[in-house]
Design a protein around this ligand. Structure first.
Ligand code: IFM
Length: 771
């Protein structure tokens, strides 16, 4: 691909998008770095309700509590909502011309252009501002969320009068604190009001301490002018700190001003209140003596390092190429990496799902990190370890005397779903986390993490299944280990007995506990004793796993989603108008629960995770049964179908699913991207490429590939890390080339051929078999 064409697929221009709804664009162009995220809103909006945008700054893990009000509240129900705080928009600017101020009078902002350079993370925007008196000003804004120092958000403003010369005043100030928008009409969007408190801090630049009211958290936020211009001065005469730029501008001539925001770490309210001077100094250290360009250069360097390892090249299809890069960009910038935060389902781009972490992280996003950025994968898993005590408490609240139950949705580690049928009952999250820990360990061989954190997660989740499950009394379940009253991934079916996916994952979880316990025993670890593991406990785990009930319909030869699944009528799809999708917005949950209709891959998700469980004929039967009853109303669904379609060699179908899921946010196909991107789907599109198109599977004997390139493409390229090695894979229609980029060497398999890469043979080309 020519360099300029290559560059173009790293640019996201406004004209690449068909939807120009302001709130949608704010999400798509949001910038983040795992710690902070900023929506790309109208910089003049602030907290004005005269404009329809939803501006704001999100800090990963900074949330408030509000009491959940139940009509009828039963034992063990969660007490509190947890809602990510929407802090003042750092891009906010007040303009004053002829005595009229944009925060008092109605200035109009016309968006002329937006362009995001995915390669460096720089967002360039151009606006045309008109005052009520008809004066026009061009405002350009360049911003980045630093990938080198996650406290920093950098911004550079340029103003140019278009039809006048004269005085223009600009203010960089944040007079308001709550940035709240209520959108109760969509359960996926619901945002509860949360009050924040603010106290300005004394410094020679604007700074404040922001604290939450009920969660009792606090952080320091400050901003600095990053230039030397004497036209910019700091002012706090009326008690509100701000920068003022007093300009005398000539028509057509531009002036520029650079600012840096520093967003500190989250502390307890008490800690911030007592030590804000120290935290302010720390925040300032990130910016003092730096310029916009020096900070940006460092950030861009990190961004480029990210692309070096994580880029996926799709040759011959610029739209898919842009789609995958956009997804990888957001996946990367959404991920917490301090061991105390995870990845909200909507990233740090919006308040959808209240900023909660779900199974999306471990099952849909983590694989990309495990194979491209294992350090970050570890930090993401460490968040679960840090919250293990809350999960233990959750298991006690559920009524068990041991084990841990991770929350279905959360920020602080406690359950935040008020609707247990599609919340707490999705206990599969326990086994999902255990699965992810084991995948991380298998790929990286990080035995230290296993011993220090991973094993405890696996053990405590296994203990949960062991206590929660029971042995069936009669019928096909008789004598088998059963898990009753759970909800699987398919949220259109709830509170069932023996959800296939949950049982299969729990079986894996129990077996992992035994395998890793024995492994630790073998190396003389004292971990088992410390955690009170006995031989009897391990034997019980093995017995339950061996006897795990996995519902199967012998007549149809299909894995059953749960014990009662096939007794229900199929949803009347032929009488359901197109506008009634997603069904969850139009039908009572009970109506959905009493039909065979799937929101997303459920039993097929098990087939996806455990390819060794079934031959291709079984997979085909499962796929053919579930595909017609799946609506894909969850964005997590299509990618799984795509990988499986590749496995059953339905390659055209696989490509169709790719084309739809890859552009989920860019096309706003779920209809709710304005509330935030769908990061799970973005991680899943990595899986579509690597596990689907390249057909990569991790087996006991190492990595195995079975590539098949869509006819629409000329090539697919990516890199993966495995143990100490990094390998570049390039698939064409007839061949696959493997190149050892880093490490001593490894052996893998491609289309049943052994491929050995080492220093003397770093590249091997395999001719592909016709599939
Ligand atoms: O975790 C998902 C779930 O599987 C489907 N509903 C939305 C959640 C958050 O993305």
């Amino acid at each position: 691909m020519a360099i300029s064409e290559q560059k173009r697929t790293f640019q996201l221009h406004l004209q690449d998008l068909s939807d120009h709804n302001p709130a949608f664009l704010e999400t798509i162009y949001a910038l983040a770095n795992g710690h902070l995220g900023v929506r790309a809103s109208d910089p003049l909006q602030g907290n004005s309700h005269a404009v329809t945008g939803m501006p704001g700054l999100f800090v990963n893990g900074f949330y408030d509590l509000s009491q959940i009000s139940y009509g009828e509240k039963y034992a063990g129900y969660p007490e509190n909502n947890q809602t990510i705080a929407q802090l003042p928009d750092p891009r906010y600017l007040v303009i004053e011309i002829d005595g009229q101020r944009s925060d008092e009078a109605t200035f109009t902002t016309r968006l002329v252009d937006k362009n995001l350079d995915l390669e460096t993370g720089l967002l360039n925007e151009l606006f045309e501002i008109t005052t009520p008196g008809g004066k026009m000003l061009q405002l350009s804004l360049s911003t980045f969320a630093s990938q080198a120092d996650d406290a920093i958000f950098g911004e550079s403003y340029t103003v140019r009068p278009l039809n006048f010369s004269g005085s223009v005043k600009l203010y960089k100030q944040h007079p308001y604190i709550d940035q709240v928008f209520d959108r109760e009409s969509d359960p996926r969007a619901v945002v509860r009001k949360n009050g924040l408190d603010r106290q300005y801090l004394s410094a020679d630049f604007p700074a404040m301490q922001i604290t939450t009211q009920r969660s009792q958290l606090g952080l320091v936020l400050m901003w600095r002018y990053l230039g030397e211009d004497s036209l910019v001065h700091f002012d706090q005469n009326d008690g509100m700190p701000r920068y003022v730029m007093d300009l005398d501008l000539e028509q057509g001539l531009a002036e520029s001003f650079d600012f840096g925001y520093s967003v500190g770490d989250i502390h307890s309210l008490m800690d911030v209140a007592m030590n804000h001077a120290t935290y302010l100094k720390e925040a300032n250290n990130h910016l003092e003596h730096h310029s916009f360009s020096s900070l940006f250069t460092e950030s861009a360097r990190q961004m480029q390092a990210f692309w070096r390892d994580a880029d996926i090249q799709i040759e011959g299809d610029p739209e898919s190429q842009k789609g995958i890069r956009f997804n990888l960009f957001h996946l990367h910038q959404s991920a917490g990496h301090d061991g105390h935060t995870s990845i909200p389902a909507k990233g740090l781009t919006g308040a959808g799902y209240e900023g909660h972490y779900f199974w999306d992280t471990e099952m849909f996003m983590l694989p990309a990190f495990i194979y491209t950025d294992p350090d970050r994968a570890k930090q993401i898993l460490m968040y679960r370890f840090q919250t293990l005590d809350s999960a233990r408490q959750q298991a006690r609240d559920y009524g068990l005397d041991s084990g841990a139950l991770f929350p279905w949705r959360t920020i602080n580690g406690s359950e935040a779903s008020p609707y247990f049928p599609a919340g707490l009952a999705q206990m599969h999250i326990n086994a999902d986390i255990a699965y992810a820990v084991a995948e991380y360990v298998a790929v990286t061989d990080d035995q230290t993490f296993l011993a220090e954190a991973g094993f405890e997660i696996i053990l405590e989740t296994a203990r949960f299944w062991q206590r929660m499950g029971s042995f069936g009394v009669d019928g096909p379940q008789g004598g088998h280990f059963v898990l009753n009253k759970v909800t699987g991934p398919d949220e259109y079916t709830a509170l069932v007995n023996n959800n296939y996916y949950t049982n299969r994952l729990a079986q894996h979880n129990l077996r992992l506990a035994v395998i890793f316990a024995k492994q630790l025993q073998a190396v003389g670890s004292d971990k088992l004793e410390a955690l009170g593991v006995t031989d009897k406990e391990l034997a019980d785990f093995s017995h339950s796993a061996d006897e795990m009930y996995l519902p199967f319909d012998k007549e149809l030869g299909v894995k059953m989603q749960d014990d009662g699944a096939f007794n229900m009528p199929i949803w009347p799809f032929d009488q359901t108008p197109r506008d009634d999708y997603p069904l969850l917005l139009h039908y009572h949950p009970l109506r959905l629960y009493s039909h065979q209709v799937n929101k997303q891959a459920d039993t097929l998700m098990s087939d996806f995770l455990f390819p060794e469980d079934q031959d291709i004929e079984q997979l085909k039967r499962d796929f053919d049964y579930y595909e017609p009853i799946t609506t894909h109303d969850s964005s997590l669904s299509r990618a799984i179908f795509s990988v499986l379609a590749n496995r059953i060699r339905a390659h055209h179908k696989a490509y169709r699913y790719i084309a739809e899921s890859m552009l989920t946010d860019l096309n706003n196909s779920q209809g709710n991207s304005q509330d935030g991107i769908h990061v799970g789907n973005m991680g899943a599109s990595w899986m579509e490429m690597v596990f689907g198109v390249a057909g990569m599977q991790r087996t006991k004997s190492g990595l195995v590939f079975s590539p098949h390139l869509p006819t629409q493409w000329m090539g697919l390229g990516f890199k993966i890390k495995y143990r100490d090695e990094q390998v570049e894979v390039h698939v064409t229609r007839s061949q696959t080339q493997f190149t050892l980029v880093h490490g001593n060497g490894l052996t893998l398999t491609c289309d049943d051929q052994k491929v050995t890469l080492n220093e003397s043979t770093p590249t091997v080309v395999v001719d592909l078999v016709d599939k």
